[in-house]
Write a protein that binds this ligand. Sequence first.
Ligand code: CA
Length: 224
Amino acid sequence: MRILIAEDDAVLADGLTRSLRRAGYAADCVGNGEQADMALSSENYDVVILDLGLPKMDGLEVLRRLRMRKSAVPVMILTARDALDERVKGLDLGADDYMIKPFDPPELEARIRALLRRGQGTGLSELRIGELSFDSAERCARIGKQVLELSPRELGLLEVLMRRAGKVVGKEQLLEHLYAWDEEATSNAIEVLLHRLRRKLDHYGISIRTVRGLGYMLDVPEDA
Ligand code: CA
């Protein structure tokens, strides 16, 4: 899952980026509204965290442009306590949720997870295919009751494949969902990650099929 953070407070932006990456998300960060507008015009994000008070172009304008382009990406706005008016305008312009600064990071993360679930068209935090389940709130995958030992990035990969179960997911799509701009995002890195995840799932009869020239597909037997 890929997240854009548009925040000009460097300390806050850095803290958010780190904690979201630790949780296994690919997080990109921009420090002004123009950059946010550019990033949102050119990349596909699963959720956007948008500060309203941004230099160069304010957050409301970024949001207005985003919705003008008919993008339905969930948006969480961040606003100062005294900016009630802006908050209301933001919601009117199509923001999905808001938080008032200063906020509690774990609460922000929980709300981001809720937005991600909504964005995926399901209010449920659990994905399930046969015996394989993925809890996006806990960030944890299980076979039956047994917890799989996966790294945050492996969990991210499994989540993308499970959300698109039955469909082929292209390598480009995987790169886009799993890596931020400033992270090592080569086709090689994906191959290595796939290899590791395959090895861990193989044991349970679950495979990730390579569809030549197209991408990858998760294969979970009915009775896995
Ligand atoms: Ca600001």
